[in-house]
Ligand binder design. Structure first.
Ligand SMILES: Nc1ncnc2c1ncn2[C@@H]1O[C@H](COP(=O)(O)OP(=O)(O)OP(=O)(O)O)[C@@H](O)[C@H]1O
Length: 494
């Protein structure tokens, strides 16, 4: 460009325009700048849109109305990815470990569950399809059933159909980790569906533990886990339905003046529970410690058979090892002292809880009951004092339709006392407990001596200053009598 041309351009650019009297070069500058900003803006929009598409559609929340009960199902975040489902073609088992990490957004009222899955990729559309459609039949091409090694994978649709859309009418109860619904499958099998809530990171953990623990368990005194459902935000466990409530309801509920639980029924419940526990402790490798033995976890069928439920707190243990947990779980009144103090957990903690359960069953009293007079609040202390005062006949549940035979009563009290020995090492194993419970013979001198010692040490442990009670208790379970109790001042523990 010549000097002349440059001067001409300069003159033209310096001319004032009609836009606010601005110089032409200023106007051009503004236009160019605006175009650049616009391009940058459009580019950033594109990039964001692409990322969203790749990342799984962002956080779109939706609610679905179930056509069944009209109930609002859990709010689901589409951040949640399904674990890799087995396709219809290959039917590979679902590996529980593949369940994504959960970040929880707790809310019992709306049963809201928000799982955050960093690693998941495929299967998302399938996973949430049921909820997407907002109706029960939304799973489309999902396989209805995936057979696992030990159980069955249920689709959300199946479980919703079985339970009238997880309706309020189907709610059986609610525990710390979820709501339990009654359901009937298409083949008329009755089931209990435990819909796990997002208990601040606990839900998935419990899910995995429970699936691993119960999945391989088969025993007539343990509630059977049929399978589970992992779909979208849902984590559900599907159990056999046990149709006669739980022991807590029958012991402490409003059953009238006379309890339908006869002595024989109670002894069978104790024995059945013992057998279920023995299986967990001694029949499995690695063994399973239940950690939450209590009356509300003993389910009953119409024939009063006991079935131990709720393995949510179970930990799988390697044989011979104790497991130190940082968080003591279990239920107040049933927890072994060493477990409560140190977090030291092994099957002997279950034995302690089982001893408390026996006491609860024979007395009809709760392990801790603040509505009772001072000396009777703690069941173990009261029972030991009663035994020490030679009043063991008076401890039985007044609602029992008939009084038990003295020998049978003393035998079961002795077993309970041995189970709650403060020294965990001295507590008997479940197998031995079953043997003692089933024995029609007199309990051996050794058994009676050990019970006397554990009775003393319990009292000393709990109440160091209560010497007279110790002495009385010692006398109460002394083994001086080999014959008829009427010939003796002390109890004949036989
Ligand atoms: N398989 C089942 N069949 C019939 N009823 C069941 C079944 N499983 C649980 N229930 C009932 O559902 C209720 C809730 O059970 P869940 O195990 O969730 O809680 P819980 O044992 O009462 O309390 P938590 O486990 O929090 O200590 C209980 O009252 C129990 O009787």
């Amino acid at each position: 460009m010549s000097v002349y041309d440059a001067a001409l351009v300069n003159t033209e650019l310096s001319k004032k325009t009609s836009i606010f009297g601005l110089h032409l070069w200023v106007v051009i500058g503004i236009v160019v700048g605006a175009v650049i900003v616009l391009i940058l803006f459009l580019l950033s929009l594109c990039v964001t849109a692409c990322r969203r598409r790749r990342g799984g559609e962002g956080e779109i929340r939706h609610q679905s109305k179930l056509s069944g009960g009209g109930e609002i199902t859990p709010v689901i975040s589409k951040e949640i990815q399904e674990i890799a489902h087995a396709s219809a073609a290959d039917h590979r088992p679902i590996v529980p470990q593949a369940v994504p990490e959960i970040q929880i957004d707790m809310g019992k009222v709306e049963h809201r569950v928000v799982f955050s899955d960093k690693g998941a990729s495929s299967g998302e559309s399938r996973a949430t399809s049921g909820a997407d459609t907002g109706s029960i039949g939304g799973s489309g091409s999902l396989p209805e059933v995936s057979h696992l090694g030990w159980g069955r994978w249920y689709t959300l649709r199946e479980l919703e159909e079985a339970s009238n859309g997880l309706s309020h009418e189907n709610v059986i109860g609610e525990g710390g980790y979820g709501i339990v619904y009654y359901g009937v499958l298409a083949d008329n099998t009755r089931i209990a569906i435990k819909n796990l809530l997002n208990n601040r990171g606990q839900a998935e953990k419990e899910f995995k533990v429970e699936v691993e623990a119960i999945g391989r368990v088969r025993h007539k005194n343990l509630v059977r886990l049929f399978g589970y459902c992992v779909e979208g935000a849902y984590r559900m466990l599907v159990y056999e339905y046990v149709d006669n409530g739980n022991l807590d309801q029958w012991l402490h509920g409003d059953v009238g003046e006379v309890s339908p639980l006869t002595w024989e029924i109670r002894m069978n419940i104790i024995l059945g529970t013992a057998k279920g526990l023995a299986y967990l402790h001694e029949g499995l490798e690695p063994k399973v410690v239940h950690r939450d033995i209590k009356s509300s976890n003993i389910l009953l069928d119409r024939q009063w058979h006991a079935k131990l439920s709720d393995f949510g707190l179970a930990k799988l243990l390697n044989s011979e090892n104790s497991y130190v947990t940082t968080r003591v779980m279990g239920t107040f009144g049933y927890v072994a002292p060493e477990y409560a103090c140190t977090g030291m957990l092994n099957e002997k903690s279950d034995i302690y809880s089982f001893g408390i359960l026996i006491m609860e069953i024979i007395t009809g009293r709760s392990p801790v009951d603040y509505s009772r007079p001072k000396g009777e609040v703690n069941l173990v202390d009261w029972l030991k004092t009663m035994v020490g005062n030679r009043k063991s006949e008076e401890i039985v549940d007044p609602k029992l339709p008939e009084r038990p035979a003295s020998k049978a009563l003393k035998r079961v009290i002795l077993v309970a006392l041995r189970c709650v020995d403060p020294d965990a090492l001295k507590r008997p194993k479940m197998g031995h407990i079953i043997h003692m419970l089933e024995s029609e013979d007199l309990l051996s001198r050794d058994e009676r001596r050990i019970a006397r010692e554990s009775s003393n040490s319990t009292l000393e442990d709990n109440h160091p200053g209560r010497e007279s009670a110790n002495k009385q208790s010692s006398e109460g379970i002394s083994d001086t009598s080999e014959g008829d109790s009427s010939r003796n001042h002390n109890y004949s523990w036989r």
